[in-house]
Design a protein around this ligand. Structure first.
Ligand code: SF4
Ligand code: SF4
Length: 422
């Protein structure tokens, strides 16, 4: 019988593909990736050097797939990967990496280190070492259809509340409309004002849309865990719902990793193209602005800045729509020093914020974000990802920062509403 450890090693052997082999063979050990990683810059600890996080995978690659490595193993110059080593790698691949992609961006030889770390996670999960919080989230999602484990009636209650607040009917399972809207669990349970906000914006813009009773969750814990099966199961639910309702456009909400999963990884993960297009909600709102379907009178003068979520901005390429929209409603939008593709991550993505053991480290790395914000002397930080919003709110509270954190959709809806009332 194969042990969990052996399953992990076998998985690591299997996931070493041509790109990963070329990344290992081209790494010059220059260390530039370390300077880009907030976990290294804020701790100074060399173990957080991004490429070092996949050292067990590197040795397996060398020993299994290179002549020199095979020889080194034979004469005892290269140790085989041990169970303890895999256990120690959990901290590096899961607990202290947000898969933010800053390391991949700066690597001079073009190594996609995030891709390697994601495959490392896959091996660790196969070895039974995936963090318990991420495994529990995956089980909850598969069983209930939501990352937080709430039943459909919870979403229905939030929809009813939004309908009462706005007087607008919100569709569930309505076929042939313009858009199928996905929501993250955090948006349903914590930031539910987004539902009313979108209902109002879409009503003004004459956009038709619906939620789905079978595929409302945008979050994808399979992606964090490194489980292609779970990632594919979640994506398939969305694809099936969109096909059944005959909808040609799917909206990924204010959630960074959800956007990466459904927009960029989905077709490869499920092995077929989509019969629909996927947009981040902020791309949709910017399109409405461009078409003159979402007009506001400029502007609020309050000093605000924007935090670019790593998955949507750096990795997903959504960089200008948020700026177009903020400049539409604010006369005092101030950019952070490092922004767009260069932005520093909030410290909570990639599943880190749900892992209890990561909390002290998250607190430490938030100092970078705090410094970025405090030098601007702003009253509000706007973002477009529920995970970032949580990390920013928690970080601000723990550090006694006098700022408000808001989602961009909510900012826009507030502005529209203000105009309607005046
Ligand atoms: S930046 Fe690239 S080449 Fe340099 S150490 Fe990191 S992975 Fe290797
Ligand atoms: S993806 Fe981000 S957090 Fe992870 S190693 Fe790279 S820079 Fe560090």
């Amino acid at each position: 019988m194969t042990t969990s450890f052996e399953q992990g090693i076998n998985t690591l052997k299997r996931v070493i593909d041509a790109p990963i082999a070329s990344y290992f063979s081209s790494c010059t050990r220059c260390g530039l990736c370390a300077q880009a990683c907030v976990f290294y810059t804020e701790t100074g600890d060399a173990k957080y050097t991004p490429i070092r996080r996949v050292e067990p995978m590197r040795r397996i690659w060398e020993q299994e797939y290179t002549a020199v490595g095979k020889l080194k193993k034979l004469i005892g110059l290269s140790k085989t990967v041990t169970e303890q080593e895999l256990e120690d790698t959990v901290e590096l691949a899961f607990e202290s990496c947000t898969t933010c992609g800053r390391c991949s961006m700066v690597c001079p030889v073009g190594n996609d280190i995030v891709y390697m770390i994601r495959r490392m996670r896959e091996g660790l999960t196969a070895a039974g070492l995936g963090p318990k919080e991420l495994r529990a989230a995956a089980v909850r999602t598969l069983e209930t259809g939501s990352v937080m484990g709430f039943p459909m009636k919870t979403l229905e209650a939030q929809v009813r509340a939004a309908e009462e607040e706005t007087g607008i009917k919100i569709n569930i399972d309505e076929p042939n409309v313009d858009y199928l809207l996905l929501l993250s669990s955090a948006e349903v349970m914590q930031f539910n004002e987004i539902i009313a906000a979108l209902a109002q914006i879409f009503q003004e813009a004459k956009v038709t849309w619906t939620l789905s009773s079978t595929a409302h969750e945008a979050g994808n814990p399979g992606m964090h865990l490194g489980s292609s099966e779970i990632e594919a199961a979640m994506i398939n639910k969305i694809v099936e719902a969109a096909e059944e309702l005959n909808i040609k456009n799917v909206i990924s909400p204010e959630c960074g990793h959800a956007y990466m999963a459904i927009r960029w990884e989905g077709p490869n993960v499920i092995g077929r193209p989509y019969p629909f297009k996927v947009y981040h909600i902020i791309e949709v709102l910017d399109k409405l602005r461009e078409e003159g379907r979402m007009n506001t009178e400029c502007c609020d003068a309050e000093r605000i800045t924007f935090h670019d979520p790593c998955q949507a901005a750096r990795r997903g390429g959504v960089n200008e729509p948020q700026r177009n929209l903020l400049n539409m409603v604010s006369s005092n939008f101030i950019e952070m020093e490092d922004r767009k593709a260069c932005n520093w991550c909030c410290g909570g993505g990639g599943g880190v914020n749900s892992i209890e053991k990561s909390e002290p480290l998250m607190d430490k790395v938030f100092h970078r974000k705090r410094a970025q914000i405090e030098m601007l002397d702003v009253t509000t930080v706007v973002t477009m990802c529920a995970t970032c919003r949580n990390a920013l709110e928690e970080g601000a509270e723990k550090n006694g920062m006098d700022i408000r954190v808001m989602g961009l959709t909510e900012v826009l809806a507030n502005r529209l509403l203000k105009e309607k009332k005046s």
